[in-house]
Design a protein around this ligand. Structure first.
Ligand code: SF4
Length: 312
């Protein structure tokens, strides 16, 4: 294997740029516009609004995750840190207890840095921040402490794509792999199922910015992802037209070489059992999954998450 590259965040740490970003990000908490809700609350004083997170991040769990894509989990797992709460209110959330209930523990910067280092110690291939959209300043605050403790792993930013441009700019040069989950294409559906009609326009802009920063996904000799954008799309029952539009967008406006994980594991969860969401109260069929792949191929995409690592 070739020599490992110095992570971008270490370069930013050494140049003093990371310290500037931490300061800027923490200042931003006084009138919070960390995500596109623009709540304007003073989180430094502990005020909360949509994401229910104040001064410090909450962590639901952290562990070596073997359920992620092969190129992230490898053979020693992806070092996943699940942040509690969320800035979206998806009615079908597959992690409802984490996103909508007060799961886990509050973690200040030292604790958060310690988690990253523990995961590195366990041999994980990367640090995978899950649902980071509302805690970008808190993550940045922890990062210098983790670097001082010896953090060297690539960073994965695992997001709904409801991210502000400011937060993505703060993460430039720090995140190696962006993993946005593009959920819905139309305003109406986003309003109905995510409770956020602006989601599609925000997600489109976020994906373009992520791609500008890191480009198409690339791998090392062992098949581990090293840098780039990995797009996830959870296929929803009866919503193939949404899938078709998203695949066209990826092929035409991001890159025909976009690496995509078309996911078929949706199951009714969260608030879906109520009559109001009857339409999505079932799993997707294999026919629907075939159609989703067909739409992706017809759009011009050809890099799907089927790649097997060398040890398989
Ligand atoms: S991060 Fe939370 S408080 Fe800040 S704008 Fe988003 S939802 Fe509102």
């Amino acid at each position: 294997m070739g020599k490992k590259q110095t992570p971008g965040y270490i370069r930013l740490y050494k140049s003093g740029e990371l310290a500037k970003r931490v300061e800027l990000a923490l200042q931003g908490l006084t009138k919070c516009r960390v995500c596109p809700w623009n709540c304007d609350v003073n989180r430094l004083e502990g005020e909360t609004k949509v994401c229910r997170t104040g001064r410090y991040a909450r962590v639901a769990s952290y562990f070596a995750h073997f359920g992620e894509e092969d190129c992230l989990r490898g053979w020693r797992g992806s070092g996943t840190i699940f942040f509690s709460w969320c800035n979206l209110r998806c009615v079908f959330c597959q992690n409802y207890d984490i996103s909508q209930e007060e799961a886990g523990i509050e973690a200040g910067p030292r604790r958060l840095a310690g988690m990253m280092l523990e995961l590195q110690e366990q041999g994980c291939h990367n640090i995978n921040w899950v649902t980071p959209e509302h805690v970008v300043p808190q993550i940045l605050e922890a990062l210098p402490l983790a670097i001082e403790g010896g953090l060297r792993l690539p960073i994965v930013y695992n997001t709904s794509a409801f991210d502000s441009m400011e937060s993505l700019h703060l993460m430039e040069g720090i995140v190696d792999i962006y993993m946005p989950d593009f959920k819905y294409w139309t305003k109406d559906k986003a309003k109905r199922f995510l409770k956020m009609p602006r989601y599609p326009e925000v997600a489109k802009a976020a994906l373009k910015e992520m791609f500008r920063q890191v480009g198409d996904l690339s791998f090392d000799a062992n098949g581990l992802a090293t840098r780039g954008v990995l797009v996830r799309h959870l296929v929803m029952p009866g919503e193939l037209e949404e899938t078709r539009q998203i695949m066209q967008f990826l092929a035409k406006e991001i890159s025909p070489d976009t690496y995509v994980n078309i996911m078929g594991q949706y199951y009714p969860s969260g608030k879906v059992s109520s009559e109001k969401y009857e339409q999505i109260n079932r799993r997707v069929t294999s026919r629907e999954m075939e159609t989703a792949y067909l739409f992706a191929q017809l759009a011009g995409l050809h890099r799907f998450d089927e790649r097997k690592l060398l040890w398989n």
